[in-house]
Design a protein around this ligand. Sequence first.
Ligand code: NAD
Ligand code: UDP
Length: 337
Amino acid sequence: MKVLVTGGTGYIGSHTCVELLNNNFDVAIIDNLSNSSIEVISRIYKITGKKPIFYNTDICNLNELNCIFDKEKFDAVIHFAALKSISESVSEPLKYYTNNVFGTVNVCEAIKRNGVKNIVLSSSAAVYGINSGKAIKENAALLPHNPYGRTKLIQEQIITDFANTNKIGYVILRYFNPIGAHKSGLIGENPLGEPSNLMPYISQVASGRLKKLNVFGNDYNTHDGTGVRDYIHVMDLALGHINALKKLLDIPEYKLICNIGSGHGYSVLDMIKSFESVTGIKINFGYAKRRAGDIDICLADTELAQKELGWKTSYNINDMCADEWNWQKLNPKGFLS
Ligand code: NAD
Ligand code: UDP
């Protein structure tokens, strides 16, 4: 079985490629390296002993996509390639709509032209944008708060509309907060510039690359006043894709939209404490005002993923912090080190 992974040199894509290769799928990656490094391919090889085929291609270029699809004859596509910075999506919305929406239309065009029957899409909890404090079910209202979240919702709508009329199976996975890294420390999240997410920020403060963590708000309606999120180990997330793919290959025209989270909520202070206890390193932090657009609690209801995909998380919060730190320690400057 040959799988195309768009965005496969990125953070989640690279960990998923490792699990795909470990599960004996043939893997081809399309990535324009706009937010990743070619070094990832050799790291995947070091971990798995197998090298994925790599195309340095932009999914916005339909001619190039078609040539690759003609040559490779894929059984399934896992579509990760997207821009993901919420703040940049506010300052440059058209860049996000072009890349994420137009790019997804092109991937669907290539799938249709080549008769591929299965697609897995990376979506996000950002499509919900609600703040009830309770675990979110998949049938909750879809009200994204920012252009990034809206591009993810439009991606979902493109896939479902397209799949329904073209007899294609799909699994759309709405990730909550992926963190951590592969145990080897050879691949991990590689933010270019100052990280905007919590965990890479904490680990760069620990390594001395950044001076101080700003905790955005301590007056939220949570157990300690700081924002609560549902963190998930990236290797658990990678395995969710394998289960999704197997389900699609087993059941023709299978259709599912489901949350991928742990169902457990941790505050910013919980994350700092866990990181400190696992690594023995004190994190220098101070309180700052709330970040625009943030909500108190964002937590997944995980029942559907368990029932449909037979999937649930296996790593705990200490594992996530330990693996995040191992990656940061071994690669203090990301893939440049
Ligand atoms: P990432 O930036 O590390 O990986 C995305 C990859 O896609 C990068 O390697 C980038 O170079 C590539 N890419 C972007 N635009 C492209 C284009 N036009 N053509 C070819 N390649 C392109 O991000 P990630 O964290 O691995 O996220 C993967 C997917 O998961 C994205 O769709 C993102 O929206 C979604 N997601 C991520 C998170 C998260 O917290 N990391 C949470 C929810 C959903
Ligand atoms: N956060 C923080 N300082 C940072 C980055 C994030 O206090 O430098 C907080 C943020 O306000 C939220 C939590 O950490 O409560 C998770 O933020 P992240 O950006 O990682 O995920 P998201 O908000 O997109 O779920």
